[in-house]
Design a binder for this molecule. Structure first.
Ligand code: SAM
Ligand code: DTB
Ligand code: SF4
Length: 364
């Protein structure tokens, strides 16, 4: 167990979040320097291996089948396609590939076997492999670990209270259970959330309480600014102010000193100066590549220009945790259990999710 403070309260976190900005920045930057090299930023490349058609109702997500967005859906990519993309990412300076699938949860079978093969293939390219595939059982987490997975991304997204205003097809508890299942393996935990969904500052603090009181704390915490996509229930949300992003990054850094804080979705809306302030406040990871999962991200060359201007270096792979070995499918100790866990489905009504669904039906 780490010696981090694991009993942060919402009040303590709000007090930090609302400090005068110069003090907040100074405090966060000081903590950042104690635990990390301030000139090194980890670069991840996102790859949407299965896009769209998702049965969930996440109010922010363009991939939910029930809303009418103009993304192009795709079935699961082949291992060869994934390998080619990973090699491109590596050549552009990325040390990690994060594969995302628009699934509610992982199901045992040929598609999951194919994902395991993708993990083996990328791990053998000496890159860190991350997956974000929805909810996961312990056995599935073990199988991913055995294939060589480095990190699993599963976001809490927001506070437990506000979560009920965002998603009705699964519960906050299930998110924690999945994180716990990942924790039973050597795979590192990547979990964070989104700001700009109409939540209060209390909810931002509440999310940081939930993350920072995990023991150990997540190795990586993505802070996303909502990308408000037309057709989703959150299409009319105002863009996040840079000051909110800087405050959120700085507060995350202070309450989780050893974590890699990722400046995630929303960078296309930010100036270089704004991003520089986030790096100063303790962000030490980004998603690079001209696309996130379905929405735009800054061009890689622009990011490398920014790194040059700021004197930042991309982080080498496996700097913070060991390179996991890959066990081939034929040598696996684990077999698929075919479990069907009862993940919750609260199904309460969320007005704006219902309205977006009705609008989508009318357009189809
Ligand atoms: N389906 C899996 C799941 O939900 O866990 C994995 C993919 S999902 C797209 C991964 C994360 O992306 C979400 O938890 C959410 O935090 C983030 N995300 C999705 N849409 C977003 C948006 N429009 N703006 C910002 N972040 C978003
Ligand atoms: C995370 O926290 N942000 C990434 C990654 N984890 C999977 C996803 C952002 C998605 C933004 C909307 C889109 O491109 O579809
Ligand atoms: Fe599906 Fe994940 Fe999007 Fe929710 S966030 S709708 S689970 S792809």
């Amino acid at each position: 167990m780490s010696e981090m403070k694991h009993n942060w309260t919402k009040e303590e976190i709000l007090e930090i979040y609302n400090k005068p900005l110069m003090e907040l920045l100074y405090e966060a930057a000081t903590i950042h320097r104690k635990h990390h090299d301030p000139n090194v930023v980890q670069v991840s490349t996102l790859l949407s291996i299965k896009t769209g058609g998702c049965p969930e109702d996440c109010g922010y997500c363009p991939q939910a089948a029930r809303y009418h967005t103009d993304i192009e859906g795709n079935d699961l990519m082949s291992v060869q396609q994934v390998k080619a993309q990973a090699l491109r990412a590596k050549a552009s300076g990325s040390s990690r590939v994060c594969m995302g699938a628009a699934w509610r949860n992982v199901k045992d079978g040929p598609e999951f076997d194919q994902v395991l093969e993708m993990v083996r293939t990328i791990n053998k390219l000496d890159m860190e492999v991350c997956c974000t595939l929805g909810m996961l059982t312990e056995n599935q987490a073990q199988r991913l670990a055995e294939a060589g997975l480095y990190a699993y991304n599963h976001n809490l997204d927001t506070s437990e209270e506000y979560y009920k205003e965002v998603i009705s097809t699964r519960g906050f508890e299930d998110r924690l259970q999945t994180i716990d299942n990942v924790r039973k393996t050597n795979v590192t935990v990547c979990s964070g959330g989104i700001i700009g969904m109409g939540e209060k500052e209390e909810d931002r603090a509440g999310m940081l309480v939930a993350l920072s009181t995990l023991n150990p704390q997540p190795e990586s915490v993505p802070i996303n600014a909502l990308v408000a996509v037309d057709g989703t229930p959150m299409e009319d949300e105002e863009p996040v102010e840079i000051w909110d992003m800087v405050r959120m990054v700085a507060t995350t850094r202070i309450v989780m000193p050893e974590t890699q804080v990722r400046l995630s979705a929303g960078r296309t809306q930010m100036t270089r100066e704004g991003q520089a302030m986030c790096f100063f406040a303790g962000a030490n990871s980004i998603f690079a590549g001209d696309k996130l999962l379905t929405t735009p991200n800054p061009d890689v060359n622009e990011d490398m220009d920014m790194f040059k201007a700021l004197g930042l270096q991309p982080q080498k792979p496996f700097l913070k945790n060991v390179h996991p070995p890959t066990v081939e499918a034929k040598d696996s100790k684990f077999e698929a259990l075919g479990e069907k866990p009862k993940w919750s489905r609260p199904e309460h009504k969320i007005e704006r999710n219902e309205a977006a669904k009705t609008k989508a039906k009318a357009l189809k």
